[in-house]
Design a binder for this molecule. Sequence first.
Ligand code: FAD
Length: 541
Amino acid sequence: MKPEEIFDLVVVGGGMGGLAAAALAQSRGLRTALLEAHTKLGGCAGFFARGPFTFDAGATALMGLGPGEPVGDLLRMLGVDFHATRTSSYRVHLPDRTLDIVADSTAFEAASATAFPGAIRAQRTFWRLQATVGEVLLRAAGRVPRFPPRDLADLAYDLRILGVSGLLAASTSALTVRDVLHLLGLGHDVTFRALIAMLLQDTAQAGPETVPFAQAAACLQAYRRGMSRPGGGMRSLAEGIGGRFAALGGDLRTGTLVDRVTPTSDGHFAVETRHRHRLIARRVAFNLPLDLAAALLGRDLDGLLRRRETRSRAVWSAFTGYLAVDRRAVPDDTPLFHQVLQDYQQPFHDGNNVLVSLSPPDDPGYGPPDARVITMSTHTPPGDWSGLDPSAYSARKADYRGRLLGALARALPDALGHVIHAEFASPRSFARYTRRSRGAVGGPPVSRWNSGPFAVGSDVLGPGLWVVGDSVFPGQGTMATVLSAIRLVERITGASWDEMRRALPHREGFPSSGLPPCRVAKTSENVKLSCCRLAIQPDKA
Ligand SMILES: Cc1cc2nc3c(=O)[nH]c(=O)nc-3n(C[C@H](O)[C@H](O)[C@H](O)COP(=O)(O)OP(=O)(O)OC[C@H]3O[C@@H](n4cnc5c(N)ncnc54)[C@H](O)[C@@H]3O)c2cc1C
């Protein structure tokens, strides 16, 4: 009888964290299998097709694609053929005004002063402090901090990459955003505070009252650096990484639900699937929230594990809309992201705060050239959607559909009259497609006690077992899950991210790998690496 193959690593779940971990591990010479329950890859950053259209199901906004940034460097390292369109601005629609967030700081401060004509000096101080703190911390994040530190060597590394400026920036986490707004005299400015609150809801899953200033500054800096939409949609990213994983020799299995993971008598793990396949692995990485990982291991969530699960648990789900509209109803040069607040007095979720993401014009990956594809989303508590009878569920869905379409009418007034396709999804859909409990997605609300050195580490389940994705450091979002994957492979292989990046084609700061040098063309809005097949192009503005 043929002896059973022993994998160095089996990854359970093909969301962005699992994909990045599997592909990077395989590229570092570990024999790796990736098992994804769904027929499609990507999880919360996945996609689905409807007739001629392809919709991004959850995540739409990408960051960290530039040279020296984690997602961009990972894609270049794997040789993924990928391009992205950077939005000309991120347009925020408040009930009585709009603001375009642009990368140029002078232009942004001027736009902010025009949109919020009161207390201009205090606002400028807020934005400058935010940009300084946010930039330092995002740059440190790109060097993959070893949080939570396990020993003095990790601590020394973290202190080195943070440096004095990083430590000063991190020390602002002693204050919440609300504290800083009050100190600057902006605490009672309803409109300015609403702007900050709506942006933080989408990136930190919480508001100015609880999010520490340091973490908020980094979240807000992501908007200011500029966000991109993937060319060909999230599909190209998920299938691009999955395809490279398979091409590197990885064992990629979609439609493969893992039912159980048990230790074997010889110190390995048996990974059993719903269809009675069994894989033997030296290590298993769960691209899952801790409650699902513990269930596969047959473990109770108690004691320390329970406390860590609570700290890393997502509390929000999403109500989402997927529309295709006639291209003529949407100006080609409108920003690719619009975030709409309907009412200053209502909470920043449940249809009052909606993100509208547009496909770039002329991108065949989303649909035919005469249409634009739109994904809309708003936060909603998952509990509000459970236990409803069919008619109550339909009524709630119709109500939220109306709220999303109301937001669309504010962002893109002509689009509503030119809808070709529309469908909507609730937390029940997210529960079904991602398998997350009650459809709770998007990671935990950021607080002082679950971020930075206090975040949950990837080794929380014990020897040989790992967690990757938005439940562990550094948290939610596609860039964060890629960072968690890099950290995981660092820990398994002992090679640092800097060492792994040395395999990258030559660019400033990287030694040459023998490949032809990249021609780097860079303007404030445009980064192109012509040899690496990764290009970020500006949206036509
Ligand atoms: C509506 C919405 C909008 C968002 N917008 C953005 C955005 O614009 N930008 C951004 O950066 N982030 C955004 N996010 C957050 C981001 O999508 C997530 O943080 C990230 O994609 C999570 O990835 P993950 O790898 O941790 O987990 P997941 O994406 O949840 O992947 C886990 C995978 O495991 C699979 N799985 C589950 N159980 C099993 C099993 N037993 N066996 C095998 N496979 C299994 C699931 O099918 C899934 O594919 C958004 C999220 C949502 C929900």
